[in-house]
Design a protein around this ligand. Structure first.
Ligand code: FES
Ligand SMILES: [Fe+2]
Length: 347
């Protein structure tokens, strides 16, 4: 392995020509919300119809944050002198213009392409948003999947997080918290947009009978059995499946070279309970909403452990950037190659 090819990974940028998740739908209420995506400050707000807009979070007058302002009908009003901006980012009101003064023509801030989809707010920071779509999450609206969302906020480059998620040997860190054990890498497939790593593992859970839900609460009922464990880096996001019962997504929002936010969505499948499928849709929707977040404690616990490791990796890198670790998981090299390839257009 060529050493000079490894450490620069932690210095690489993101490919801006992708959809990134900057917030959940629920986080954007009736006040503007400031978020960050790869060193860019962005303000999200809903217009009178509830449509979400994303503007540069900087008033062009005195450069204060627009996220401290107010939504006035379909415009965003700066808190300092009350200038207003429409959803295209154009200044449409300066409240104290004198008779012979006109609105400055070029007084405009950047408006970002934004979509609200599958419970999240997706922003496209590059050019040509029409060439690509946000990652599909069909389970989000599927009544047979119960979702839990956990926020990952780590003080580390995004490469540390994706390497963590693609390296199933780190299950060692989570011990009994993990749904599986004894992962063994079987094969890797990679192209210019994704890396798929196929592991074989022993799973603790088989959610195939209604009573098997109790395995989630009583460890004695769990029986180890083999299941395929697949993890995919579908740049810039991550998807994993464990047998037929669990699916997990990680939606990335890299903030800077040393800070990353992401949303982890855990889905438990109810597909095996065919009787449930016969119940009225309204009831099934009620059950789905009622069970939302049922794996919260577990997921937050796993995230906490990972975040601590990533912080330490980042600190160690900053202290000794030339110091190489040893690596035996072939997946990591494929992941790093993909990060390098994707970073090229924007560097
Ligand atoms: S700084 Fe925004 S209106 Fe003056
Ligand atoms: Fe983990």
């Amino acid at each position: 392995m060529n050493q000079s090819n490894i450490n620069p990974i932690r210095q690489l940028g993101i490919n801006l020509n992708h959809w990134y998740v900057v917030a959940t739908s629920k986080e954007v209420k009736n006040q503007p919300l400031g978020v960050q995506l790869w060193n860019q400050n962005i303000v999200l707000f809903r217009d009178s119809l509830g449509t979400v807009h994303a503007l540069e979070n900087r008033c062009p007058h005195r450069h204060v944050k627009l996220s401290h302002g107010k939504i006035i009908e379909n415009n965003l009003e700066c808190t300092y002198h009350g200038w207003q901006f429409n959803c295209q980012g154009e200044c449409v009101t300066v409240p104290y213009l004198e008779k012979d003064q006109k609105l400055p023509k070029n007084c405009k801030i950047k408006a970002y392409p934004v979509q609200e989809k599958q419970g999240f707010i997706w922003v496209f920071p590059g050019d040509n948003p029409d060439l690509i779509q946000p990652l599909a999450i069909p389970e989000w609206d599927d009544l047979n999947y119960i979702a839990t969302v956990s926020v990952i906020h780590c003080q580390g480059h995004f490469s540390f997080l994706i390497e963590n998620l693609m390296d199933m040997y780190h299950g060692h860190l989570h011990q009994d918290w993990q749904a599986w054990t004894d992962a063994m890498l079987d094969k890797i497939e990679a192209d210019e947009n994704r890396v798929d790593a196929y592991y074989l593992a022993q799973s603790y859970y088989k959610i195939d009978k209604i009573w098997s839900i109790s395995q989630l609460f009583f460890p004695a009922l769990r029986k180890l059995h083999p299941e395929p464990l697949t993890v995919s880096y579908i740049y810039p996001h991550w998807v994993s499946t464990l047998g037929e019962y669990f699916k997990i997504y990680c939606l990335f929002c890299p903030i800077s070279l040393t800070e990353t936010r992401a949303y982890l969505i855990h889905f438990t499948s109810l597909n095996a309970f065919w009787r449930l499928h016969k119940l009225p849709i309204k009831f099934r929707k009620f059950v789905k909403d009622l069970c939302f977040g049922s794996a919260q404690q577990l997921l937050d616990g796993l995230v906490k452990q990972d975040v601590l490791m990533i912080k330490q990796e980042q600190q160690a890198y900053l202290q000794h950037p030339q110091c190489q670790g040893y690596e035996f998981n072939r997946t990591i090299r494929s992941v790093q190659r993909l990060i390098q390839r994707q970073a090229e257009p924007s560097t």
